[in-house]
Design a protein around this ligand. Structure first.
Ligand SMILES: Cc1ncc(COP(=O)(O)O)c(C=O)c1O
Length: 402
């Protein structure tokens, strides 16, 4: 089938999936096999040596996962993709593929807490150094580049403050210095942003979030050049045992069919929620790239085809107010994840970004009053009514204090 002419919503359903030649089944079968039989010893040796394409052992790949990888590569417009066991397996795997002992990486400042933790605790044990730079400022990034810098690691929009980074200009700068650019595209998905088309070298995903979209799978993807992906499959994912499994790949293939529908709804509802919160007297600050008050609103409009489903905001009154607000919610659930059908809220300073020391958290704008809300697919009026009833007691406190 010619997949090139398909638009995104069609590609999400058809790419990499054809009816079964034997039974005509429209939905692909799950192949749980770990081992694959060869006609002779030479054929087996050729596959393991990489001289011939083929699947030989479940830790290095599987036909169900291969169909999903082919789809993700097309969606991101990359040469190849690798499905792994989690978003963190994708992030650590991609970083380890391009870094070795004695190398230095520059990372954007407010980054997912797990990525921060990997770069500041595990990577240094293997001789890899990191500096965090304000990547909204190209001069600051250029200043942070050292002779041993090999990678620029970006996340845009960032978790949790939704900072937008200019992938195109940062990639130009990084490439002029010989660096590899890795972008975490979890918040956007290829439906809303395609970093490889903007000049990045590698895209990583937590497929646990929007790509699967139903809160029942932990998975990750790395997308990039075929040679780099082959290296990661054999020498990183394979050696560290970070492989995805066939059942989860099947669930992601199923979830992806509705990615377009889901993302459009997430974006529409998030924008309504952001506008509601922006006008609310109990809210100190709001972060949503779709608002004209967002500092990188113009860049967001150029770089992204939708503003995403995450809204972050600071309530007046700090940690105490933030916690009593989320405790008062009845529909939205307090949870560490995002990108699910359910509206999920969390307090980054004490939950997802707890591993970042308090002084650094403040410097990254992750204050004690900050809340991250992942807009679900419920009726947006119900979500807003829930927010309203939980914010009401804060308004009285704010008034009493002023
Ligand atoms: C932006 C981002 N990247 C990566 C991850 C890690 O994903 P996983 O939990 O699938 O390892 C997360 C998790 O919340 C995330 O928010």
């Amino acid at each position: 089938m010619d997949t090139k002419k398909w638009r995104m919503d069609t590609s999400l359903i058809h790419t990499g999936q054809e009816p079964c030649q034997k039974t005509g089944a429209v939905v692909s079968a799950v192949v749980p096999a770990v081992a694959y039989a060869f006609t002779d010893a030479e054929a087996a040796a050729a596959v393991v040596a990489g001289e011939k394409e083929g699947i030989y052992y479940g830790r290095y790949g599987n036909p169900t996962i291969a169909a999903l990888e082919a789809k993700i590569a097309v969606l991101e417009n990359g040469e190849a993709a690798l499905g792994v066991s989690s978003g963190m397996a994708a992030i650590s795997g991609a970083l380890l593929a391009f870094l070795k002992q004695g190398d230095h990486v520059i990372c954007t400042r407010d980054v997912y807490g797990g990525s921060y933790k990997f770069l500041t605790s595990l990577a240094p044990r293997y001789g890899i150094a990191v500096d965090f730079a304000d990547c909204t400022d190209l001069a600051a990034v250029e200043q942070a580049i050292r002779p041993d810098t090999r990678v620029l690691y970006l996340e845009t929009p960032s978790n949790p403050c939704l900072t937008i980074l200019d992938i195109e200009r940062l990639s130009e700068l990084a490439h002029a210095h010989g660096l590899t650019v890795i972008v975490d595209n979890t918040f956007m998905t290829p439906y809303l942003q395609k970093p490889l088309e903007l000049g990045a070298d590698v895209v990583v995903h937590s497929a646990t979030k929007y790509l699967n979209g139903h809160g029942d799978v932990i998975a990750g993807f790395i997308v990039g050049k075929r040679e780099a992906i082959q290296f990661m499959r054999k020498h990183i994912m394979g050696d560290l045992g970070q492989n995805l499994n066939a059942w989860d790949a099947f669930l992601i293939l199923r979830g992806l069919k509705t990615l377009g529908l889901r993302m459009r709804q997430h974006c529409q509802s998030a924008e309504q929620i952001a506008r509601y919160l922006e006008a609310h007297p109990a809210i100190e600050r709001i972060y949503y790239p779709g608002l004209s008050s967002h500092p990188q609103h113009e860049l967001a409009k150029r770089q992204m085809s939708g503003m995403g489903g995450i809204v972050s905001f600071e309530v007046k009154g700090g940690a105490q107010a933030a916690k009593s607000f989320i405790n008062a919610l009845r529909l939205a659930m307090i949870s560490f994840s995002l990108g699910d059908p359910e509206t999920l809220v969390q307090h980054p300073a004490s939950m997802t970004h707890f591993s970042i020391p308090p002084e650094e958290r403040e410097a990254f704008q992750i204050t004690e009053g900050l809340i991250r809300l992942s807009t679900g697919l419920e009726d947006v009026s119900d979500i807003i009514e829930d927010l309203e009833q939980a914010l009401r007691p804060l308004v009285s406190t704010v008034k009493a204090g002023s």
